[in-house]
Design a protein around this ligand. Structure first.
Ligand code: NAG
Ligand code: NAG
Ligand code: NAG
Length: 454
């Protein structure tokens, strides 16, 4: 086989692979024809039949109603579900799990609610918005038998006209908007051993389990925060044979409605099974709800940035002050005439270092004209440094000239002069300060001063 033939096989293999992946259905039937499906990674636009204001968002959320007043939205599984194994027999057990969230445009007002429904038709013709939640209407109560709708409602509005218990309840409705049974939204908290309130319109995702047992003829509805595991106790339990209400085949899906106040009703994921337990939804795989409020600034950045900035500014100021003070401390004055004595001149900084800052412990003596310190140059030469201060510039100049000539003098009784240093400024007062630096010979120290000249 040549190289080209080998490579030509690769794309075909990839193509086959991708086809098999896309063909895998979300729903399947077991050997007995029992339907099951799960939507755990968001919905595709072809997964459900939508009408009204329902839409699938770009990240796979089902949004039943958007923020438009007095509207309904429906989303149904496209194929009818066979609820009865034999025509006109009793209905089979079934279970469903879904995650939902309700986001209202107003802080304390909901508008209006949503429901899981089983219905003979997908479109629910004639159903109305507002407290009818998009799956029934004002005529339904008069001819209940014709309705054949079973719904589990999540209602965020209190309406005494239809027997609501409060403005945050879950109810089971049969052929009518008046609930057969209802409870305030809450979930059984195992740790506390009791029920904890939940706000349906908190905007936070919640999970629901609806289970019907064909033997017990009982329907349980369980609610919990979406990330929690299924609580042991249901919120609602209704014992009633649904065989006369649910037809051989029915459509299953969701309905929601807005009123004057509007909410967005989202379904994040959904699973269903006839004669078995619907697959658990993995919360971490569900699509994310849209973010509420402005982009959150990380706490670290919010606190860290000002701290870092002010530290930097402080550091810069501190460094500046340090360098200016250091520069002032070691500032010197050089005049033209001094250039000829160049080699004798020491830096004030060097003498400062040599005497460790003219410390008292290095004091050798105190003359009539200046103080003498002991010091060590970096070359390890021990030196004596005499520090004098003159206030007149002229006097200083003469003095330096003499010191210069002294430097040329050599005598066994005279300590050789190594050099000198000059600087100005001492606080606010301008003072000429001079330090003489001689090789240290302890008892033969000789320093020139104004009164004692050679
Ligand atoms: C709601 O959906 C309708 C129909 O899809 C659209 O025309 C409208 O602009 C949407 N409104 C909002 C607020 O998203
Ligand atoms: C829970 O909700 C019910 C009904 O709204 C209310 O009566 C009760 O006080 C709430 N409990 C707590 C602890 O908030
Ligand atoms: C409903 O909940 C009760 C109490 O936990 C339980 O005994 C019963 O088996 C449940 N029924 C169904 C249909 O899940």
């Amino acid at each position: 086989m040549n190289i080209i033939a080998m490579f030509s096989k690769v794309p075909i293999l990839l193509l086959l692979l991708s086809i098999t992946i896309t063909v895998v259905p979300a729903s399947s039937q077991d050997d007995h024809g029992n339907l099951s499906f799960v939507f755990n990674n968001g919905f595709n636009s072809s997964d459900l039949d939508l009408d009204g204001f329902a839409e699938i968002t770009s990240n796979g959320l089902l949004r039943l109603t958007n923020n438009t007043e007095h509207k309904t939205g429906h989303a149904f599984f496209p194929n009818p579900v066979t609820f009865k194994a034999t025509p006109n027999g009793t209905i089979s057990s079934f279970s469903t799990t879904f995650a939902f969230a309700i986001r209202s445009m107003m802080a304390d007002l909901g508008g209006h609610g949503m429901a899981f429904v089983t219905a003979p038709t997908k479109g629910l013709p004639g159903a109305r918005w507002g407290h009818y939640l998009g799956f029934t209407n004002e005529f339904a109560s008069k001819d209940k038998a014709a309705n054949k709708v079973v719904a589990v409602e999540f209602d965020t509005v209190y309406d005494s006209e239809i027997g609501d218990i409060d403005k945050n309840h879950v109810g089971v409705d049969i052929n009518d908007i008046r609930s057969v049974t209802a409870e305030s939204a809450s979930y059984f908290d195992e740790k506390r051993g009791g029920f904890t309130n939940l706000s349906l319109m908190s905007g936070k995702p919640m999970k629901v389990w609806v289970e019907y047992d064909a033997v017990k003829k009982q329907m349980n509805v369980t609610l919990a925060p979406a990330e929690a595991v299924k609580p042991q106790k249901p919120l609602l339990s209704l014992t009633k044979d649904l065989s006369s209400i649910i037809n051989d085949t029915m459509y299953i899906g969701f309905s929601s409605a807005t009123g004057t106040v509007v909410s967005s009703h989202y379904v994040l994921g959904w699973s269903f099974k006839i004669n078995g337990v619907a697959q658990e939804l993995d919360f971490s795989k569900l699509p994310q709800l849209p973010r509420v409020g402005p982009e959150p600034i990380s706490k670290l950045l919010a606190i860290g940035l000002p701290v870092i900035c002010s530290s930097l500014v402080a550091l810069v100021i501190f460094s500046l002050v340090y360098f200016i003070r250091r520069k002032r401390k070691f500032a010197e004055l050089i005049e033209d005439w001094e250039l000829e004595y160049g080699p004798h001149r020491y830096k004030y900084k060097d003498l400062y270092m040599a005497t460790e800052g003219f410390k008292d412990k290095d004091l050798l003596g105190r003359g009539g004209f200046g103080i003498v310190y002991k010091g060590v140059l970096p070359s390890k030469t021990e030196i004596a440094v005499k520090r004098v201060a003159h206030e007149s510039k002229q006097g200083m100049r003469e003095f330096v000239a003499e010191i210069a000539s002294l430097g040329r003098l050599r005598h066994r009784n005279i300590v050789p002069l190594l050099g000198y240093c000059r600087r100005t400024s001492k606080g606010s007062k301008i003072v000429n300060e001079i330090s003489f630096c001689t090789e240290k010979v302890t008892d033969k120290l000789y320093f020139d001063d104004n009164s004692q000249r050679i």
